[in-house]
Structure formats: structure tokens, C-alpha cells
Design a binder for this molecule. Structure first.
Ligand SMILES: *Cc1c(COP(=O)(O)O)cnc(C)c1O
Length: 240
């Protein structure tokens, strides 16, 4: 399909994306893992459609968005690109759950029973199950999103009981740490919990950790999906 894009910036996105892919493959190898074991989710929040098209033309298919209205609008505007996989990675208010249930392929930010139930109820029957990760708060009081690890068994059981959701794994956004060692240490209990879950349910194959600033620690800690915004699309204009 012919896509109209702004060339110099599109070239930059293409170049950044290929660097990120190479870096992720190398980090997987460095960690003694398969080169293809870590997927890259391109986080396009606040970025224009042309940026998404540029990444798409370079072969990227999985895109992450944080804001419901923006995700909904982009999904609509790019509906011709039918093989894009849309991931919702931001907080969800219950009055916005329907838009997510009707458009997204994945949700990484499940941390409330009420939202999980609504997403399952509102998922159209004609669509495949919504693929979900439970968001875990691994940074204590600094984070308002995510459940505590001790609440995980109850949340896992709930999500697995909902007919239109498919539990795929865990997601976390740790507070920034000073060093690589500190980043790994914060991820350690999460990685442990993920390994235990994935042992008894083979559909649980996704550990969604790692952003532009901590890819080495996340991949060394078992990430299977990194969520990369800045390193692909450049800095965002306003702080999110
Ligand atoms: C913005 C965002 C990212 C991407 O962050 P970068 O530092 O730009 O790579 C990843 N995950 C979530 C949940 C985000 O909100």
C-alpha cells in the first residue's frame, strides 16, 4: 500500500527502529537467550499517524498507546492497515472500557477486578479474546498503578475465569533506578512470579517489561516484550 509520509522524519524512525531491533536481539543473545525471544512494542502515544506509518513501512506491526481517545482515533484512522496489532498500555477508567474492548488486541494494564470484568463483558463476540497482562506494582508507594505481588494469585484466578479475556502474562513500570544492578533487583521478584505462572499455564508467555531507558536490565530479567517509545520515535513534546 502506498503511504504518504514526511520523508526525513520517516527515515529517522526507520533508522531508529532498526537500531532498536538490533540492540534487542543483541541483548537477548548477551543474556543467553534466543535472538528472537523479545518482541518490540512500538509505543506511539502522542506521536502523529505519519510516525506509525513510517514504522509500519519498516515492518513494525505492534503499536502501544496510553490514552483511550487517542488509541481509538488512531485505530480508526489506520483501519486500512488491518494487520496492525494495537496494545493498550495506559490506565483505564471504567467509562472508557468499551472503546478499548471494541478496538484493541491487547491490554497490558489490567489492575482492577471491575475493569477486567467490564472488558470481558464488552468484548464483541465476533472478535478473538482480548489478550491481557496483569500490571504489577513493583516499586511500592511511588506507583499508583498495578496490583501488589501478593494480590497476584487472586487476580490471575479472576482473569482466567473471564470468558473473553486471555491471560498472557505480567506487565510492570518500575520507578527509575540509579544503576543496572538496581534495575535488575527491582525486576527479580516479578520475573520469579512470571516463571512460576508460565510453568502451569502455557498461554502465559509474556513478561512486558523494559522501556527506552532500561532495555539491558529488562532483557536480562526475562522480558519477552519491551515497550519502546522514545528510542524509536524521539522525545515526546510533553511529559507523560
Ligand atoms: C510511554 C510508555 C512507554 C515508553 O516509554 P519510553 O521511555 O518512551 O520508551 C512504555 N510503557 C508505558 C506504560 C508507557 O506509558
Amino acid at each position: 500500500m502506498a503511504l504518504d509520509t514526511n520523508h526525513s522524519h520517516a527515515d529517522q524512525v526507520t533508522q531508529n527502529l532498526s537500531q532498536v531491533m538490533q540492540q534487542v536481539e543483541q541483548l537477548a543473545l548477551d543474556a543467553g537467550r534466543d535472538q528472537t525471544s523479545v518482541r518490540v512494542l512500538a509505543v506511539s502515544k502522542t506521536k502523529p499517524l505519519d510516525d506509525i506509518k513510517a514504522a509500519y513501512q519498516s515492518g513494525q506491526r505492534a503499536f502501544g498507546e496510553n490514552y483511550v481517545q487517542e488509541a481509538f482515533d488512531k485505530h480508526h484512522a489506520l483501519s486500512e492497515l488491518t494487520d496492525i496489532e494495537w496494545h493498550f498500555i495506559g490506565p483505564i477508567q471504567s467509562n472508557k472500557s468499551r472503546q478499548i474492548a471494541e478496538t484493541m488486541h491487547w491490554v497490558h494494564s489490567i489492575d482492577r477486578e471491575k475493569i477486567a470484568r467490564r472488558l470481558s463483558e464488552q468484548r464483541p463476540e465476533a472478535m478473538p479474546r482480548l489478550q491481557v497482562c496483569i500490571q504489577v506494582n513493583i516499586s511500592g508507594e511511588e506507583s499508583k498503578s498495578g496490583i501488589l505481588l501478593e494480590q497476584l494469585p487472586v487476580m490471575v484466578e479472576l482473569v482466567q475465569s473471564l470468558p473473553n479475556l486471555q491471560l498472557r502474562g505480567l506487565m510492570a513500570i518500575p520507578a527509575p533506578q540509579q544503576s543496572y544492578e538496581a534495575q535488575c533487583q527491582v525486576y527479580q521478584p516479578l520475573q520469579q512470579a512470571f516463571l512460576e505462572l508460565s510453568k502451569y499455564d502455557r498461554m502465559i508467555d509474556t513478561l512486558s517489561i523494559g522501556m527506552s531507558g532500561d532495555l539491558p536490565a529488562a532483557i536480562a530479567s526475562g522480558s519477552t516484550m519491551v515497550r519502546v517509545g522514545t528510542a524509536i520515535f524521539g522525545a515526546r513534546d510533553y511529559a507523560h
